[in-house]
Design a protein around this ligand. Structure first.
Ligand SMILES: Nc1ncnc2c1ncn2[C@@H]1O[C@H](COP(=O)(O)OP(=O)(O)O)[C@@H](O)[C@H]1O
Ligand SMILES: Cc1ncc(COP(=O)(O)OP(=O)(O)O)c(N)n1
Length: 277
């Protein structure tokens, strides 16, 4: 009998990664996108639902917030049993859910927490109540390891006007660290530039991540995908900088493959292909 040696990637431990987010029945954003990105990036995915969202590629029809005490119940039930190696936080909907998550982070102190401060869907529908922005900024932001705002979200958190060119990105990232953010990935998807440009500010110097801008209308859930891929990769990488760079690479490939999909009539999803397919 021939005994085949295990492939080296199968010998590495698989990290358990949790997403705390809202749903997307069309599978392009939220929990559904996060779980696909976890899996494609070598992690075991788990989820706690904060809001049920009736949405698809053409926009959001309706949002039902999960009662904050039930978010707590999902989280404590899970964390009492399973070791969590990284967490991605997405849509939180309102003040009650934010405070439920803050209390659980304080109690269990999971490692490698990424916050995508989701506020408004591409279609313009609000996914975070106006009055919850200050609570997210003051109570949640200082407790996470990395925040990944897009430019409108960064402007809201800072109480500033939205910037429209990359020249202002380093200053905004620095001011976000002034709010207590340990590390910042400022996403430049809303810039009118030829390249896809984000700025990472970790412990050291800020660095631009520049990739080709992909021409596609299948760009729903890009922010969710990026933050989820980074959370999945962080336990498998030596530092945040390499997890962020590899997460951006993964998103770019998923955008490049997106036109293979035929999902819906609006902004379709990116394709979370596994590397060996
Ligand atoms: N057409 C595109 N080609 C390549 N990268 C893109 C494209 N659109 C968005 N991105 C990248 O997707 C990520 C999310 O972008 P952004 O639109 O800023 O955030 P959000 O989805 O949260 O609004 C960023 O890394 C951005 O640079
Ligand atoms: C449940 C849920 N969470 C987050 C978003 C926003 O996702 P994002 O990646 O920013 O994608 P677009 O909305 O810009 O396509 C969402 N729509 N739903």
């Amino acid at each position: 009998m021939t005994v085949r040696a295990a492939r080296p990637e199968f010998a590495r431990p698989v990290p358990n990664v949790l997403t705390i987010a809202g749903t997307d029945p069309s599978g392009g954003a939220g929990i559904q996108a996060d779980l696909k990105a976890f899996s494609a990036n070598g992690a075991y995915g788990m989820s706690v639902v904060t809001a049920l969202v009736a949405q698809t590629t053409t926009g959001v029809a309706e949002v039902r917030e999960v009662p904050p005490e039930f978010v707590t119940s999902q989280l404590t039930t899970l964390l009492d049993d399973v070791r969590v190696d990284a967490v991605k936080i997405g849509m939180l909907a309102g003040t009650g859910v934010i405070r439920a998550v803050v209390a659980v982070l304080d109690r269990y102190a999971p490692p490698h927490v990424v916050l995508d401060p989701v506020m408004v869907a591409k279609s313009g529908h609000r996914l975070l109540a106006d009055e919850a922005v200050a609570v997210l900024r003051d109570e949640l932001l200082p407790r996470v390891d990395l925040i990944t705002p897009n430019l409108p979200e960064a402007a809201d958190l800072l109480g500033e006007r939205e910037i429209t060119d990359s020249g202002g990105m380093a200053g905004q990232a620095e001011r976000l660290t002034g709010l207590g953010a340990k590390q910042v990935l400022l996403k430049g998807g809303h810039l009118r530039e030829a390249a896809s440009l984000d700025l990472f500010r970790g412990d050291g110097e800020a660095e631009f991540l520049r990739r080709e801008r992909i021409e596609t209308t299948n760009d729903h859930g890009t922010g969710c995908t990026l933050s989820a891929a980074i959370a999945a990769l962080r336990p498998q990488r030596p530092d945040w900088s390499s997890a962020v760079r590899d997460g951006k690479e993964y998103l770019t490939e998923a955008l490049r493959a997106a036109d293979r999909l035929d999902v819906g009539r609006g902004h379709g999803p990116v394709h979370h292909f596994h590397r060996w397919w």
